[in-house]
Design a protein around this ligand. Sequence first.
Ligand code: FES
Length: 206
Amino acid sequence: MPCSGWILGRRMISAKGYDNVSTVDSTQEGRRDFLYIATGAVGGVGAVLAAWPFIDQMNPDASVLALSSIEVDLSPIEEGQSITVKWRGNPVIIRHRTPKEIEESKQVPIVDLPDPEARNANIADGAPATDENRVVDGKEQYLVMLGVCTHLGCVPIGDAGDYNGWFCPCHGSHYDTAGRIRLGPAPENLLVPPFSYLSDSKIRIG
Ligand code: FES
């Protein structure tokens, strides 16, 4: 089934600090602005990621698949804004969460979560899906996760759904402000990929 969510309501813009970046700014109601970015690539491939085809994102070419890791500067991402970068052929969502979003997430009891596991590649398997276990300690404002629905792989829409997080329109999965599945057929929380901080505002994914 086509990933209709990926092409809904999107247009190209320019954003301060980025040449090619996809962004979602929840502070401007009804607006979803997208550009496409890769701030850097390592692992023997020097080319910066090119514009991301809307439709072909499920069929990355070999050169993209070869990218083992990318570096992303978080500093231009304003509070309430998300960007999407491409890593190993998959979209990775990076959101600068608001204090309200963080607090909402922290208030959710684990027993209310359909998937109680953190699904975070950076911590132990089976760790509980607390808000703290979905982010890096001291950097809880930045949520980094694969933008791939855990049901059948569509790309969820940001700033949408019943839990003010992400919504997958393919079959109606709702994710919360920590990317945890709350309602719908998706079996697992959105996956947190392996990443680490290189500096206060730069991460390496992969
Ligand atoms: S692929 Fe997302 S709900 Fe089915």
